[in-house]
Design a binder for this molecule. Sequence first.
Ligand code: GLN
Length: 479
Amino acid sequence: MEKQLYELTLKEAIDVAKAEGPWEIIRAVIDRTALLNPRLNAFVRFEPEHFLKKSRKSEDFKGVLSGAPLSVKDNICIHGCETTCASKILRGHVPPYDATVIRKLGDAGAFFLGQCNMDEFAFGSSCETSAYGAVKNPWDIERVPGGSSGGSAVAVAADMTIAALGSDTGGSIRQPAALCGVVGLKPTYGRVSRYGLIAFGSSFDQIGPITKTVEDSAILMNLISGFDPHDSTSVNQTVPDYTKALARNVKGLRIGLPKEYFVEGIDPEVETKVREAANVLKQLGAQIKTISLPHTAYAVAVYYIVAVAEASSNLGRFDGVQYGLRAPGKNLLEMYFETRNQGFGEEAKRRILLGNFVLSAGYYEAYYRKGQKVRTLIRKDFEEAFKEVDLILTPTSPTPAFKINEKISDPLAMYLSDIFTIPANLVGIPAMSLPCGFTEKGLPIGVQLMAKPFDEEGIFRAAFALEQEIRIYKRKPKL
Ligand code: GLN
């Protein structure tokens, strides 16, 4: 059966748009979203009219993307478009500038459809903490899509956008990609500019692509990567052509399976499919070996000390004075108090309190400083491992999509769902999740590939080979 236009991959959409213009594709995606968004809640703002007004003469679609319709997470600033991090406190906040990734994609001829739902301020792994309500997993609408970039992952999985951007501080691109059956890449820290990404944990955050295929991920990485004078943590290193790494050749590639990631507590179906993925790579000529990352057990604890410390200081600026919501108060202090009290949801408040606690005098040494030291030990684990192997292969998430409400009242259980994704953020290395199978109930399972800093090409090489061999990206949720 011929593909519907909304089902096109980015690569296919670019080819069609080059030949026939982008409008038919844009129309197909708009209709699809109008139909599905009331059920899935993937977009918090779907306003193609905004972009229709802003652009869009045909010459705006001259670049590589040729007008292909994309969407972004609601924490990436678009000039003139409300951007709220799915929080009440930023209602009405309209950025006066474009994030660098928006400018770059716009210059490459992207058409932006709107902004995708997320956990409030990217705090969460289930998209249940959004001020706009929970997002539903298209494979089973009683389940969460993962988070925090769940809206972006759902929009891609349900063909409501051709591709999307998310952000990843502790797994927020990869975990929802795994739970929704799509491809999500967290680039090396410094590879993609964070300018215009509303900060959560500034030493962790990276923007990255969420796409239907590995090739689409490479296409977007070519466009969004690179040094940006507006972001002092972006790295001035040449951007390779990532599509050249899609060679289907993994001969001789050394891939490590860390024994600490295959332990009790991981869902048996997840473990089976992830091990099968490793076997596929082995059959294609890669060498698979067991490795050890001995400090893995501390990663979640370290993350929930250092990341909340950074979050609490980043969120200090939302006080009702410059951005979004302002609640009335008899004096300045009361106005701050009321604005923050009404504007932040429960999880945001929890993190602000935790962050202030670990940074406060008397506790700083015991928590924050110690956390940073253990972070260094975890980095050393990876440095050692990468002397032996080129890539590390693990499950992305210990379980497939869980039920809505299953973990929301148990923050620790929720935090543990990031156990396999957090280390890459602590260390700053690139990591991708791609689909590797389904459970018996038909829920997607993701496998994660991690590489040395700036070796996204190694990831693309193995991921493309695996994807082309198992070809499950053709399976779609029934909606
Ligand atoms: N789920 C993790 C958290 O709650 C990661 C979030 C993210 O990567 N933005 O912090």
